[in-house]
Design a binder for this molecule. Structure first.
Ligand SMILES: Nc1ncnc2c1ncn2[C@@H]1O[C@H](COP(=O)(O)OP(=O)(O)OP(=O)(O)O)[C@@H](O)[C@H]1O
Length: 310
């Protein structure tokens, strides 16, 4: 089931177009990432999906609702973590959660249970009665995540969740996001410009450039689409001269000592390639498809988009 359906979404602030003809869907239990540089339109998209802005054109459905007119109903079922954690520094962790839970109208018993569960999950139970002002950035971000999850949101929106965190705290936050998905099947809508983060966490990504979608799909789909011709690395025990004709359906063979790089047109050609290699009678140590990283795809698309501009 699709939890988010966006069709031909356009949003302008006065003369400035922040989003232009954006279409995508997010399925239940999916971790979806919006990738793009500063100003690409990520935060604007999250605000539109939560009914904080009304779209200039196009349509948006979130959990079957129209955010622009049913914003409260949407927000009651979503959790949002913004770039800077919205917490009260002078209150303790527990007081913060209680305050936001009460504001959201959660019944006292349910709120108490949920708070303890989240404090435990985010490893904050021991410091729960200390003021947030004494917390590290990583702890604050974990508490902000707990706050966003109080109402058991059907969709969790994370806008740059690891911004400003050191590598260790970033890793912790990433692991928590991964475990939310593993343990609860949580639908996550992640905005980030950290490509390895998206690569590790997400099922599908949308690459945004100045408000326009350059590509949308799973990493495997993008690799296939933007890397026509798959390269396979083959490590032989010893060097041997091999021509593409020896390895049909190979398109090209490049050799450097005992290391070959062989190009085939599709992943499905690899088993035949292995069969042909085995038929040559040369001992093989390793066969590994080489695939472009999300980073390579991202920069290729961003560069093309830049180059295509007047
Ligand atoms: N309230 C606003 N008024 C006018 N222009 C705005 C407003 N909010 C955003 N914009 C513009 O819309 C475009 C998209 O901004 P947005 O904040 O959505 O980008 P972003 O991808 O979230 O970037 P960042 O990573 O810097 O937060 C930018 O050109 C920005 O200047």
């Amino acid at each position: 089931m699709e939890t988010i359906i966006v069709e031909h979404l356009t949003h302008a602030f006065g003369e400035r177009r922040a989003l232009e003809d954006l279409s995508f869907t997010v399925g239940e239990g999916e971790v979806f990432a919006l990738l793009g540089p500063n100003g690409a339109g990520k935060t604007t998209t999250v605000r539109l999906l939560n009914g904080l802005y009304r779209a200039t054109a196009g349509s948006v459905r979130v959990l079957g609702l129209e955010p622009a007119t049913q914003g409260e109903q949407v927000r009651a079922q979503t959790g949002v973590l913004t770039e800077s954690p919205a917490l009260y520094e002078r209150l303790t962790a527990r007081q913060n959660l209680r305050f936001f839970g009460e504001m959201a109208g959660m019944p006292a018993g349910e709120l108490r249970r949920r708070m303890e569960e989240l404090l435990e999950f985010f490893d904050l139970a021991e410091r729960a009665d200390e003021r947030v002002a004494t917390f590290s950035k990583g702890m604050k971000q974990r508490l902000a995540l707990a706050r966003a999850l109080l109402n058991r949101p059907k969709i969790l929106f994370l806008d740059e969740p690891t911004a400003g965190l050191d590598p260790e705290a970033s890793r912790q936050v990433r692991e928590l996001i991964a475990s939310l998905r593993r343990e609860n099947g949580q639908t996550v809508f992640l905005c980030t410009h950290i490509l390895t983060e998206a690569e590790r966490l997400c099922d599908r990504v949308l690459i945004l450039h100045q408000g326009r979608a350059l590509a949308v799909g799973s990493l495997a789909e993008l690799q296939q689409r933007f890397n026509p011709g798959v390269w396979v690395e083959v490590q032989l025990l010893e060097p041997r001269a091999i021509a593409p004709g020896d390895l049909t359906p190979a398109l090209q063979v490049q050799a450097q000592d005992a290391l070959l790089r062989v190009q085939v047109s599709r992943l499905e050609d690899i088993p035949t390639l292995i069969h042909r290699l085995a038929g040559l009678g040369t001992p093989i140590l390793r066969v590994e498809p080489l695939r472009p990283s999300l980073e390579e795809i991202y920069f290729k698309l961003q560069d093309q988009a830049e180059g295509g501009q007047p």
